[in-house]
Design a protein around this ligand. Sequence first.
Ligand SMILES: Cc1cc2nc3c(=O)[nH]c(=O)nc-3n(C[C@H](O)[C@H](O)[C@H](O)COP(=O)(O)OP(=O)(O)OC[C@H]3O[C@@H](n4cnc5c(N)ncnc54)[C@H](O)[C@@H]3O)c2cc1C
Length: 351
Amino acid sequence: MTPSIMTDVVVVGGGPTGLAAAIMARLAGMSVIVFEPKTMPIDKACGEGLMPPALLVLEKIGVDKLEGHRFLGVRYVEGDRVAQAEFSMGPGLGVRRTVLHDALTRRALDLGVQIRPTRVRTWSQNQTGVVVEGEPARWLLAADGLHSPIRKALGLQAKARHPPRLGIRRHFSVRPWSDFVEIHWHRDAEAYVTPISEDTVGVAILYGSEATATGEGEPWDRWLSTFPALQSRLGEPCSKPRGAGPFEQRVSSQTHGRVLLIGDAAGYVDPLTGEGVRLGLDSAQAAIDAISQCSEAHYSKKWRALTRRYRWLTGGLLFIRRHEPLRTRLLPLLERWPKLFRVALDALNHC
Ligand SMILES: Cc1cc2nc3c(=O)[nH]c(=O)nc-3n(C[C@H](O)[C@H](O)[C@H](O)COP(=O)(O)OP(=O)(O)OC[C@H]3O[C@@H](n4cnc5c(N)ncnc54)[C@H](O)[C@@H]3O)c2cc1C
């Protein structure tokens, strides 16, 4: 009998983080199998704004020339008040999730990544490796999303600190009216408008689960009617509403033996600052570096360092959001001191 050659890395979950990790592993000379049960390209509730550092990483791993719509920065809107700031390091890109996923899949397949259309249900680990759906491997990267079954099975889930927040998104056939990601700021919710193409914008609405939208109809219609000025600018919807949440996922450790958590599975605060894909890419690279340098024990520390600014700034913004006297002062403050806005934006989008 021929002995089977052990795969270096099994990635569970073929979302943007899992596929990017597989590409990075191949670029580091490792063999990789990705398990992903959903039909590709995968769509998902997302604001679809790729921040400038995410574009740099994608370019580095050979995923470039993405079709989308550039945006220069972020603009907050509440009634007549408008505060905006541009990114110092160049534009971001609004990209349909399916376009991003398709580009990542093609790059992964070109590099020889095996993608198996299987939902992982059985897996185990010992000191020298893992076995995933009968496949022996040295390492398991869990990129299985916000509600990661692997994280739960390992007992790494910690209790959330804040009331749950949820999100819902939809696309509209309308010419983007702004070169910024526009955030419509309201007491009960925020609506993010991302230019996606010459004739499409995506709208993602984020809200606390304790808040109830007034108005009639399905949750999407009720939430959109919270933003009448925005609603009047949108054309016909060209996608179905998709929801996600609760967002906050606290994790006691990003590593457990031969298993490393990456992307949303490793912990998440909120999409409020438009991060997510970028954190997924950064955590994927940190995990691949850790296993190729045999420093997996330091991966959790590395993860905490690379997500620190995101966790602090997003946590700070959520704090402001929860306290009405602070929330109502945010826009006047940013309007008056645009430099402060820019500094915060640059702090978040550092490399
Ligand atoms: C409303 C909203 C707006 C957002 N806006 C933005 C934004 O503008 N910009 C941004 O960068 N980020 C944004 N995000 C965050 C971003 O969408 C996520 O951070 C990103 O999708 C994380 O990618 P991931 O690959 O880690 O997880 P996912 O994309 O969730 O992928 C996980 C994959 O794992 C698979 N899986 C799960 N269990 C198994 C199993 N047992 N076996 C095999 N496969 C499995 C799933 O099928 C899925 O495909 C937003 C999120 C939300 C909810």
